[in-house]
Design a protein around this ligand. Structure first.
Ligand code: NAD
Ligand code: UDP
Length: 325
């Protein structure tokens, strides 16, 4: 049986990935320090003899024999990663180094979860993998953006210098059940606000755009990518003139934040909620939309869940955990 380690396995995406890896016949270890994750997310998996949980901080080295390492440990919500910026940077960089060192010692394959934030406030639209980005190196988002960029560099160099089989996905805004209600990201904020009858907080003028991906689509993409033989991955990226296997993972349908609010209010009529404006956070990117041509070509993958459908499932989840009808 193949063995998988998922760092950040008790988080939103990590817990979905752990469940899918078990479904796919893996033995799975979730490693997490429970900073933004919760044991509740993995409770249903704990009864499975092939699943184990390790409480560990990835900034400290770790050991074990795994065929696959999925490196997800890192707070992803601006509210959380900015609350503890030095720790965020350390988690991104040292966590990546520790995952790569383990992979190098044990010959494991690594999947690193990078982010659309490496493109910063992009000057190119939509964003393809060969765009280098427009990132403020010293702003309030830098601990996350630059941490992830540095992690990418470690991954790329460990591949070039030591031959580590590391693959990277740049994830665009992803949402779904098991997001933390107080996570602070826009989808969870809008749904919890609407369920409480509060006004939805539009930051700035609400005309900035994002492209929202349902979590099941992301997990499917990651699984397809990790199952490919190394020769296929290397050959594909070489044919594109790219030295590093990095793919965007996102839903290319682009929405303004206002449109997202309208969609949430449409799904939850009669709550009495409206919208209210609040200040735009510093360095908030104005537009974001992935070019997913490479992932389509290599994996035969594209997102299958439209926003309205994914939001409806997410609303159901938040309803069930809040106890609000
Ligand atoms: P999340 O906050 O729910 O999950 C992150 C997990 O990492 C949590 O369980 C947290 O406790 C754990 N963690 C944080 N610091 C740690 C440390 N030092 N040691 C061990 N565990 C630690 O966020 P998520 O949305 O599930 O994100 C998972 C990964 O995907 C992150 O690396 C994030 O940067 C990346 N990503 C997510 C999105 C998105 O829209 N959700 C977008 C881009 C990238
Ligand atoms: N946003 C908003 N209201 C909220 C939370 C976020 O208008 O209550 C906006 C935020 O300014 C950004 C977008 O929604 O433009 C997405 O924010 P999120 O924190 O989810 O992720 P980001 O893409 O900024 O990392």
């Amino acid at each position: 049986m193949r063995k998988a380690l998922v760092t950040g396995g008790a988080g939103f995406i990590g817990s979905h990935l752990c469940a899918r890896l078990l479904d796919d016949g893996r033995e799975v270890t979730a490693m997490d320090n429970l900073f933004t994750g919760s044991k509740k997310n993995i409770e249903p998996l704990l009864g499975d003899g092939r699943f184990s949980f390790v409480l560990h901080d990835v900034t400290e080295p770790f050991d074990g024999e795994f065929d696959e390492i999925y490196n997800l440990a890192c707070p992803a919500s601006p509210v959380h990663y900015q609350s503890n910026p030095v720790k965020t940077l350390r988690t991104s960089v040292l966590g990546m180094i520790n995952a790569l060192e383990l992979a190098r010692r044990t010959n494991a394959r690594v999947l690193h979860t990078s982010t659309s934030e490496v493109y910063g406030d992009p000057l190119v639209h939509p964003q393809a993998e060969n765009y280098w980005g427009n990132v403020n190196p010293v702003g309030v988002r830098s601990c996350y953006d630059e941490g992830k960029r540095c992690a990418e560099t470690f991954a790329a160099d460990s591949r070039r210098e030591y031959g580590v089989d590391v693959r990277m996905v740049r994830i665009f805004n992803t949402y779904g059940p098991k997001m933390h209600p107080n996570d602070g990201r826009v989808v969870s904020n809008f749904i919890t606000q609407a369920l409480s009858g509060e006004n939805l907080t539009l930051f700035g003028d609400g005309r900035q755009t994002r492209s929202f991906q349902y979590v099941d689509d992301l997990v499917e993409m990651i699984r397809r990518y990790m199952d490919l033989p190394r020769e296929r991955v290397d050959g594909f990226f070489a044919s594109k003139g790219m030295g590093t296997p990095v793919l965007n993972a996102g839903n290319p349908e682009e929405f303004t934040v206002r449109e997202l609010a309208e969609e949430v209010l449409r799904l939850l009529p009669g709550t009495g909620s409206g919208t209210v404006f609040a200040p735009l956070p510093a360095d908030d990117p104005k537009r974001r939309k992935p070019d997913i041509s490479l992932a389509k070509e290599l994996l035969g993958w594209q997102p299958a869940v439209p926003l309205a459908e994914g939001l409806a499932k997410t609303v159901e989840y938040f309803r069930s955990v809040s106890g609000r009808g």
